[in-house]
Structures are given as C-alpha cells and as structure tokens.
Ligand binder design. Structure first.
Ligand code: ZN
Length: 578
C-alpha cells in the first residue's frame, strides 16, 4: 500500500502552537514547486543515452572504459554549465573537478575474446556478446589466437593436475578459477576455461549464455589467461569431449586480447555550490566500475542527468540551494570513503548521503522492484511486514545498530510523490550494505541506497542496455534530485513539511507494527517482547524528530513544534491486549 502524507501548516508565525493535520493525499505544498520542476525537468531518455554509451565498456578503475565514462560525464557537465573548479571565479555556482590518483596495480582492459571448437565456423562465445568472458587480470594469447588441446582437470586440485598433462594445452575446470588458475599455470597450461555456478537469482538454467564478471590473480610471468564459460558453452564442450578420442582429442581456438597499462584512477566531483552554507553538503555517489548496464552505467547516467537539471533549475532561480549539492562518480565505496576521509573539515559538513546503484531496471525484463535500502532502523532488527530483505542478503541487526533518523522515511516519501503521479512501484528493504551508502554510515552520516533487486541479470553480461528503462531512470532521478534539492534549500516551510510527514509516517508505522504484534500474540508471542518492539519504534521516531532541526538552513525555533510532534508519537503507540 503506498504511503500517504500529511498536508502542511501555513507557517505564518514560526513559534505558533503546532497543530498536526490528518493524513494528506498529496505532496506537502511547500515541496510542490521544486518537486514539479524536477519531475518536468528530468529526462529519462537523455539519461538512457549516457547509459547506452557507458555500458559499452568493461569499466575498472584506471582502465580505458572507466575513463571513457569519466570523460563523458565531464563533457555533459560542461554542456550543462559546470566549469573547471581550478579556473572558476569564486562566485561560480556550478563547478567540477577530476581527481587523479596513481594506482598500485596496472589498469586492465579487455579488448577482444573468442572461443571456438577447432574446425567449427561459429564461436561458442565471443566478447561482443559475452562482455564478461575474460577473467579480470587475464594476459593474452598470441595475436590472432591459439589452437590447442583441451584437458579436463575437474575441480582443478593438485591431485587433479597430477593425473593429467596440461603442458602447452588448455585446462577445463569446474573449480573456482581464482584458485585453479595459478595451478594451471604452474602445470604449464597456456590458459584456463572455467565454468561458473551462478547464484540462484541469476536463473542460470534459463539464462544459459550469461557469464558473471570475476577475476583471477595476475600472472606477469606466463601472461596466462582465463576464459569464463557459460552453461551453454560448458554443455557444448562436454559433448565435444565425450565425442573426442585419444587420436582426435578436443581442440579449441582461443583468442584473448587484453591491455595492462600504468594509468591513474580518476574520480569526478561536481558541485552546485550552496548560496549561504556552501560548507554543508548533500552528497550523491554513483560507482563507475563494473561492466553492467544497470550495474552501474545506470547510476552514472542518472546522476549526470540530475546534475544537468540541478544546474538548469539553479540558473533559472527555481531551485535556491543554500547548501551544496555534490555529485561523485568514481570507484565504488573507495571514492566515497576517500571523499569523507581526506578532508575532515569537509567531512564535518557532509549532512546526508545517497548512493545510486542499479537505478535503471526494466523490471518487466529483470524482475524485482525499485528499492530504497534504509539505514538501520527497527525493521532491520525485527524484520516483518512490508520491508523485507532481498535475495542479495542481509543479516538481522542488533538494537544498538539502529540509527534513529528521519532520512529513510523522507526519501521514501519523495519517491512516493513520483509514484503517486506515475504508478511507479516503490519499495524499501532493511539495511544490507554493499554500496556507496556504507562509507557515509560508517562516518555516522545519514545515507540510503537507491537500487533494484532481484535483477536476474545481476553481475552477468546479460545486464545490457536492453534491460535498462528510460522511464525508470526518470523516476529514480526525479526522486533522488528532489530529495537533495529540498534539503539543500532547508527553508522553514520545508522543515515543517518534513516534520509533518514524519509524524504521519510514525503514526502509520506504529499502527502497522501494532497490528503485526497483535498477529504475533495471536500466534503465541509474548506481550512483553511485542510491547518492547513497539517502544523501540516509538523511541526511534522520537529521536528522529530531534534530528529535524538539522534541516533548517536559517535559525528556526522548533521547540513547540517538536514537543507537539513527540506527543503525537507517544499517543500513537498501540496498547496490546493483556
Ligand atoms: Zn553496483
């Protein structure tokens, strides 16, 4: 059931007694101008064009594909009016910079690959249609490729290698490539063909040509290579092996072309500088690395479109950010973590964070839904009701891990604004981790992740442009940008709007949790335990109310309003039957 919202008080006199209204059916009035302007401005098709370009490349820090993505974003930022920070006048509001750092390891770029049974015209798999077929860090075959005998080494243990002779041949394994590859090289093999057992959610039996990206250790001595094979290729090779004889062993032609170069790792940082509180920031992050279209060329494209619309609304004076909006494109987790750790003054001003990671799914094809991954709240301790963990996996958290804050519900409300106007399906899941929101949380900064799951093509090379929807990119971009622009504004009306909404959400959540507790009691649960859960939810919202004043971008007396809000929350705690 979509979450409804409360209407807004006319904020004539800041200190006036605070009266909460019944649940609204619309976006809080003070949010509407910006919300509507963003919704009109965001162009999902434009974002899709960027995704389409970026997803062509297998992106790893420092490699050619990664840099093509960074350069594309830089060009889009310039076109939107952002100027290089180092040559910008101090009054410039729209700036960007590209940070460059040397890397400890060479940058690896796959260029081409093909695997063909000798004598057959059609390859079993090719780089053009299996972008993930070359194991990261693979060396290369001689120019034009190599034809050699295939030797089955089973799981690829030392004992397996002792039983066969792979010298100058290609080993075929069902074992984990990361461990088997060094053994194959040591035994004199020229390359390795490795099968993959994909997680259940990749539906490998159906997606028989899908290959998951993965790596092997770097082999700088023999320049050896590993080709990951799909289930379809595995079956074809098995059949050919079964038909082979000692006199006519199975031979394949393998082509592997890769690059290993000393290149820097680059991160691009764009900012819409705040007018009065430029040192306070809302920080967005989208990781560039990985080969997927949804994971995460979609985040790269959506964030670039958000930066374009933000610039446009500021230039037309529709958006008036008092705080700075920061847009980060870089290596997952590392770029965000560094952004927070390298400058303690800057870190102190980072107020909220948001990761855009897998934000373009055409769910009719990928499955799954759009999800807001919440920062730890009581639903991560007592996982029940609507917000459930995903197949990606999360663990039950302890009460001490709960972060009482309004940000989860606030972001959900922004997405539901869009959902109400479009029919978009918006859901949320308890905290699981694994994306750019985690460095913020580690630094005690409120942060959420916008993503999709379950995507059956997750981390496989079936995650291509055909699985990305311009409509979804538009939805996510609108919700995310509206969330940031309203908080960067931080006007009194916005503060009260967020508080209004929060109290209504708290009431609804307590009602829902009350019902869940009653159901549990009916199934033999203990009253004391259920009452405790409700009290933890109450306290969560009471403490979240105390964090509302951080939104204000100018001095604001909220004392009476906060007290009134807390009274409402306390009154909303259901009484469980004795
Ligand atoms: Zn990702």
């Amino acid at each position: 059931m979509p979450i409804a919202r409360t209407g807004l008080l006319s904020l004539a006199v800041i200190a006036a007694p605070y009266v909460l209204r019944a649940q609204p059916a619309a976006t809080p009035a003070p949010f509407a101008p910006l919300t509507n302007a963003v919704h009109r401005g965001i162009d999902g098709e434009r974002a899709l064009r960027t995704v389409s370009f970026v997803q062509q490349y297998f992106r790893l820090p420092g490699n050619r594909g990664f840099d093509a993505a960074i350069d594309t974003v830089a060009a889009l930022l310039r076109a939107a009016g952002y100027v290089r920070e180092d040559s910008a006048p101090p009054t410039a509001r729209l700036v960007y910079r590209i940070e460059s750092r040397p890397m400890a390891q060479p940058a690896w770029t796959p260029l081409d690959g093909r695997l063909t049974i000798a004598g057959q015209a059609q390859p079993l798999q090719a780089f053009a249609t299996n972008l993930n077929m070359l194991a990261i860090n693979s060396g290369a075959t001689p120019e034009g490729g190599v034809t050699a005998e295939v030797v089955d080494v089973g799981a690829g243990t030392d004992a397996d290698f002792a039983k066969v002779n792979v010298q100058g041949r290609i080993a075929l394994t069902t074992g984990a490539a990361r461990g088997v590859f060094p053994r194959a090289m040591a035994a004199g093999a020229i390359g390795l063909l490795a099968t993959q057992k994909l997680p259940a959610y990749n539906q490998q039996e159906k997606n028989r040509t899908a290959i998951q990206f993965n790596s092997v250790p770097r082999d700088t001595i023999r320049n050896g290579w590993t080709i990951f094979i799909s289930l379809a290729t595995h079956d074809a090779l098995r059949a050919a092996l079964a038909a082979a004889t000692p006199a006519a062993p199975l031979r394949v032609h393998a082509l592997v072309r890769t690059l290993s170069e000393v290149r820097p790792e680059r991160t691009i940082v764009a900012e819409v500088r705040g007018a009065t509180r430029p040192g306070e920031r809302f920080v967005y992050s989208a990781h560039v690395q990985e080969p997927g279209a949804n994971d995460n060329a979609s985040g790269v494209g959506a964030l670039a479109e958000m930066a374009r619309v933000a610039a446009d609304l500021v230039k037309r004076n529709i958006a008036r950010p008092q705080r700075t909006l920061t847009f980060l494109w870089g290596d997952e987790i590392r770029a965000t973590d560094r952004y927070l750790k390298e400058d303690s003054v800057r870190r102190a001003g980072v107020k909220w964070g948001m990761s855009l990671d897998m934000v373009g799914e055409n769910t009719a094809l990928t499955g799954g839904t759009f999800l807001i991954e919440k920062m730890p709240d009581p639903s991560a301790v007592w996982v029940r009701g609507e917000d459930q963990h995903t197949e990606w996996g999360g663990r039950v958290l302890a009460e001490k891990d709960i972060r009482a804050h309004w940000f989860n519900d606030y972001v959900r409300s922004r997405c539901l604004d869009r959902a109400r106007a479009t029919g978009w399906v918006v859901k949320a899941n308890p905290f699981e981790g694994g994306s750019d929101h985690t460095p913020f949380l580690t630094a005690q900064i409120p942060a959420v992740l916008l993503w999709h799951f379950t995507d059956q093509f997750y981390h496989t090379d079936a995650d291509r442009i055909g699985m990305v929807s311009a409509t979804t990119l538009g939805h996510v971009g609108s919700c995310a940008l509206t969330a940031g622009l309203l908080l960067a504004d931080g006007s009194a009306a916005i503060v009260r709007g967020v508080l209004d909404e929060l109290v209504a959400t708290a009431e609804r959540t307590l009602r829902t949790q009350g019902q869940l507790s009653r159901d549990t009691l009916a199934r033999g649960g203990t009253r004391a335990h259920e009452q405790h859960i409700l009290e933890v939810w109450r306290d969560y919202y009471i403490q979240a109310i105390d964090r509302i004043p951080e939104i204000a971008s100018a001095p604001l007396d909220l004392t009476a309003a906060l007290e009134a809000a807390k009274r409402r929350v306390r009154a909303a705690v259901p009484n469980l039957p004795q």
